[in-house]
Design a binder for this molecule. Sequence first.
Ligand SMILES: C[S@@+](CC[C@H](N)C(=O)[O-])C[C@H]1O[C@@H](n2cnc3c(N)ncnc32)[C@H](O)[C@@H]1O
Length: 271
Amino acid sequence: MSHVASPALALPPAVAQAAPNPANGPSARFFAEIGLAPGMRVLDVGCGNGDLSRLVARLVGPDGEVIAIDRSPEAMAMGHTAEAGLQAAPIRYRQADLAGALPELGRFDAIVGRRVLMYLPAAAATLARLAALGKPGAILAFQEHGRAGLPAGLGPLTLHRRLYDWLWDTVAAEGGDPGLALRLVDLMRAAGHGIEVARSEGVLLQPGEPSFLATLAQAMLPRMIERGVTSADALGLDTLADRLREEHRAAAGTIVWDLAFLVSARIARDA
Ligand SMILES: C[S@@+](CC[C@H](N)C(=O)[O-])C[C@H]1O[C@@H](n2cnc3c(N)ncnc32)[C@H](O)[C@@H]1O
């Protein structure tokens, strides 16, 4: 699987500047509440452009350290130039594939990730490898997104639903696991980790506000076509934004587009 817009989604850098990703909204509160403290050493897995790495770097401060890993150098390229701020920990980017053996990275006080386990064909095995990198009692915290029978709203939302299905079908066709987020607490518990936070926040589309969905569809289109999920004609990119806006206007009210699943645990001491 390549770098990745998830249905939830992280967009390629150029696109991300045009349309802020509302799925990142829950991150600031969640990662601030999981016990990250000044001076900690944190591993951010599947860091992409480093947006979450910079957030946790600010939380652990200049005496901390963030190691950010991703298998895609292209995804990480933007991270090298973005500033986390003066009061942030240094961030060191390393290329690494979570599907295989990890390079020597040392031990961590916390291991975090956002929208990454959902893309792995064997997330439980990766979680076990990651837990082995944690110091006893370390934090293991993920924001993941899952296929959860959405979108929900006041109208039939036919086009929104079709787009949602195409996006998740693409993730599944690429070998990702649309159900991972819903099983994450189970996986963590089965590994013996103590769950500390397990909740979900809705990613909402408000009427009259610019929707990021057309931008997202544009970013995902090559992958949807590659996997045979839909065609450019069926998506109708030229008119998609207008049709989505019109459908939302007709439905009125808020659309619940997506759910962020926020799960934090303490690594079992003998992991
Ligand atoms: C949706 S992006 C999320 C990026 C970042 N965590 C964020 O929230 O902004 C998913 C990231 O996971 C990375 N990824 C997917 N599979 C991976 C793997 N097997 N090993 C390492 N990174 C992987 C992709 O390259 C991509 O950068």
